[in-house]
Write a protein that binds this ligand. Structure first.
Ligand code: MRU
Ligand code: ZN
Length: 209
């Protein structure tokens, strides 16, 4: 089981790395291994996530503490992943810093959210109605991680979701690695689309969905 989950997360890491979503050692990934007691694999802190090694992940418990002896340090943002697994049935959570998600978080940060409507790809978030609206919350980037995790936890509703952290990055989760990746890719698609649109139609910025 552990091996299987390790390889699944390593494959996701390779894919996201192929998109160049781990600039400057940024980003962290997690996959649930067991629910009772809660244990999940999380990326080791500060590594170059483009490399595939035997020390990429470590197992942590419901408090984000390493399970067993290890010299590896869990991701600095492990507590955000803890909040997701404690509150939902998510099986995988992903955090990446991209230029697009940072710029979107800054443009819409004062509104506390960015909304999308009339976009086919919001179906990736299980929004199927023609006039459905997807709202992605944007939270302040508290340097104190327990404070950031607490603020983040207020926006965890359901087994699939996405939250932007202002001028920092995005954290997404899903029932499994496939879903989490789908939500992440769809979010980045929407961010790129919105930035392109603003280049051509700057007045769109003032349109409130
Ligand atoms: C140099 S990236 C900034 C980091 O502090 C953090 O935001 C990040 O995403 C990676 O931290 P990590 O501890 O490697 O999981
Ligand atoms: Zn980060």
């Amino acid at each position: 089981m552990l091996n299987e989950k390790w390889n699944e997360l390593a494959d996701v890491k390779d894919e996201l790395s192929g998109r160049d979503w781990f600039m400057g050692t940024s980003g962290n990934l997690a996959i649930k291994v067991s629910g009772e007691p809660l244990q999940f694999l999380v990326t080791a802190s500060g590594k170059d996530k483009r490399k595939r090694t035997d020390e990429d992940f470590l197992l942590v418990d419901e408090f984000g503490r390493p399970v067993g002896e290890t010299h590896l340090k869990p991701s600095a943002e492990t507590l955000l992943h803890v909040e997701i697994y404690r509150r939902t049935n998510a099986g995988c959570s992903l955090h990446v810093h991209t230029i697009d998600n940072n710029v979107i978080s800054e443009i819409y940060g004062d509104r506390g959210e960015v909304s999308f409507q009339g976009q086919e790809i919001i179906k990736a978030f299980d929004k199927w109605d023609e006039d459905a609206v997807l709202k992605i919350p944007i939270i302040k980037n508290f340097a104190h991680i327990p404070t950031l995790a607490k603020e983040f936890s207020h926006h965890i509703h359901g087994d699939t979701g996405a939250v932007l952290i202002r001028n920092h990055g995005i954290t997404v989760w899903g029932r499994n690695a496939f879903e989490a990746k789908k939500v992440l890719e769809a979010s980045e698609f929407l961010f790129r689309y919105q930035l392109r649109l603003l280049e051509h139609k700057p007045f769109q910025l003032f349109k409130v969905v």
